[in-house]
Design a protein around this ligand. Structure first.
Ligand SMILES: [Zn+2]
Length: 270
């Protein structure tokens, strides 16, 4: 039986549900890393390894917590002209096609969408946002998938971890594409939208979960790492300039409801 991601022990009273696993997943044999952690018998190390293992298991199921993730290449016989899972492309604002957004450097005055007050908005913010802050931010940006009077579970999610965070400017990113955008912008399916699988979690919860996970993983203060350390990832020197977690959020396309959230780091300087 694998180590428990809640308490780090091999045998415990946590149910599969509490562990976020199926019965089979819970009963799987220990991995080499888990065996090594068990042998060292350091409770913190066991918990860290158990959580890492749970994350791997989740990846294999294409889950991020309770968020169902979609594949990079959209399934089906026909190749789409633009993959919604190609996170190197940004959807242009407006009701046009889904080609790469014009990346000409423009002033913020001219970069704004002409047809949507929020379209193309990018907000960079610190890791100290509260849940009410997030709610307010989403309301101000008119994120309709977070509007409680509208359906909030009709979206797909793509997750990507950067191999070169300093060059790419992000550590982990999640792209949200509404079922509507999937259907009418990407033409990823043709059936009824009502029958397309919905997410279990409303968008606000999904975005909050993303931030919570990243905060746990990297810690929230430059002097105290989380499960992993950011040190040096954005060329900090570990002394006069040290990495601290922060975030970015973008309204890629307000009309088709496409959004992006990513973790990054700022250098806190002496
Ligand atoms: Zn347990």
């Amino acid at each position: 039986m694998g180590l428990c991601p809640r308490c780090g022990r091999a045998l415990c009273d946590h149910t599969p549900k509490e562990r976020g696993q199926t019965h089979e997943e819970m009963m799987r044999p220990l991995s080499d890393k888990e065996l090594a952690a068990l042998a060292r018998n350091d409770p913190r190390e066991k918990l860290r390894v158990a959580k890492e293992q749970a994350r791997l298991l989740n990846q294999q199921r294409n889950m991020f917590g309770d968020i169902q993730l979609s594949p990079e290449i959209w399934p089906g016989n026909k190749r789409l002209p633009v993959e919604p899972g190609n996170l190197s492309l940004f959807a242009p604002e407006g009701e046009g096609g889904c080609e790469n957004q014009d990346s000409d450097p423009q002033t913020p005055f001219l970069r704004a969408s002409r047809t949507n007050a929020h379209g193309g908005s990018v907000v960079f913010f610190d890791n100290d946002v509260t849940r009410p802050d997030l709610k307010t931010l989403l309301r101000v940006l008119h994120v309709r998938l977070a509007d409680e009077s509208l359906p909030q579970t009709e979206y797909v999610a793509f997750l990507q971890e950067s191999q070169n965070p300093c060059e790419d400017g992000y550590i982990l990113q999640m792209r949200i594409v509404s079922t509507y955008g999937l259907r009418f912008l990407y033409r990823a399916f043709h059936g009824e939208m009502d029958t397309f699988p919905k997410q279990k979690v409303p968008l606000t919860d999904a975005l909050w979960y993303f931030m919570e996970q990243e905060r746990k993983r990297w810690g929230t203060r430059f002097w105290e790492a989380g499960e992993q350390s950011l040190e040096g990832m954005f060329n900090g020197d570990g002394d006069g300039a040290r990495e601290e977690l922060c975030f970015g959020l973008m309204v890629e396309n307000g009309y088709y409801k496409i959004y992006r959230l990513w973790s990054r780091a700022q250098l806190v300087t002496k």
